[in-house]
Design a protein around this ligand. Structure first.
Ligand code: PGA
Length: 252
């Protein structure tokens, strides 16, 4: 198995003042020094450069969203090039809030991924089923459809990619997937990538997201095929997030 360093990502969504952002960034940087886990922060766009200055490359910076076009008359949106210039290495593509609150389709997500890759950054492709899809037994179909669309956007074997499995029913609800449920879905994802590109599959980091907390981090990291986490709510609490950053897989 190829080396897949654990990646702990904090997605602040539309939260925090400028001073909160600076405080949270300093706390995450300090916590990152006590672990070999990689850490990435996804602040709101207006705070990217402030947070980037604090992190100074020791913790990665990510954008929460990029437009499907490189520039133009798109009031209020942000381009991939702007995120790269602000110091980002990663960009979330297809987060469930964008898919379901913003109505973004697989085709839109793929077009965003193309922009992110052309700008020289790594897309974090988010996939995951809604509760009704899970209850109807359609979760594999939904996850693999979203995954395939993202894989189709990659221009070649060397294009960087991280996948995040985020079941919509677990996001912001306090109801996390169990390590077994996460592992099962990550297994589907890795198998599909293996069918399409075995070399990529071996090195692909698949993160779990959805109500990750200090109390469930170690169990999730111990689950086969879970290579890190994407954290929303708990990344806004510096103490909780420090504990998650320092998560260590424990064998069950
Ligand atoms: P949550 O959000 O940790 O608050 O559930 C996860 C996410 O949306 O990335």
């Amino acid at each position: 198995m190829m080396n897949r360093p654990i990646l702990i990502a904090g997605n602040w969504k539309m939260n925090g003042s400028r001073s909160d952002a600076c405080r949270w960034a300093k706390a995450a940087l300090a916590a990152s020094r006590a672990t070999s886990n990689e850490v990435a922060l996804f602040p709101p766009a207006p705070w990217l450069t402030d947070v980037g200055e604090i992190l100074d490359g020791a913790v990665a910076l990510g954008g929460q969203w990029a437009h499907t076009e490189p520039y133009g008359a798109f009031t209020g949106w942000t381009s991939a090039d702007m995120l790269r210039d602000a110091g980002c290495q990663y960009v979330l593509c297809g987060h469930s809030e964008r898919r379901h609150l913003g109505g973004e389709t697989d085709a839109v997500v793929s077009a965003q991924m193309v922009q992110v890759l052309e700008a020289g950054m790594c897309p974090v492709l988010c996939v995951g089923e809604k509760i009704d899809e899970r209850e109807a037994g359609r979760q594999t179909e939904v996850i693999l459809r979203q995954l395939d669309a993202g894989l189709d956007a990659l221009p070649g074997k060397d294009a960087p990619l991280v996948v995040a499995y985020e079941p919509v029913w677990a996001i912001g609800t306090g109801l996390s997937a169990s390590p077994e449920q996460a592992s099962q879905a990550h297994g589907w994802i890795r198998r599909r990538v293996t069918e399409r590109d075995p070399e990529r599959a071996a090195g692909l980091r698949i993160l779990y997201g959805g109500s990750v907390k200090p109390g469930n981090i170690d169990g999730l990291l111990a689950a086969p095929d879970v290579d890190g986490v994407l954290v929303g709510g708990a990344s806004l609490d510096p103490e909780a997030f420090a504990r998650i950053i320092q998560g260590t897989p424990v064998q069950p």
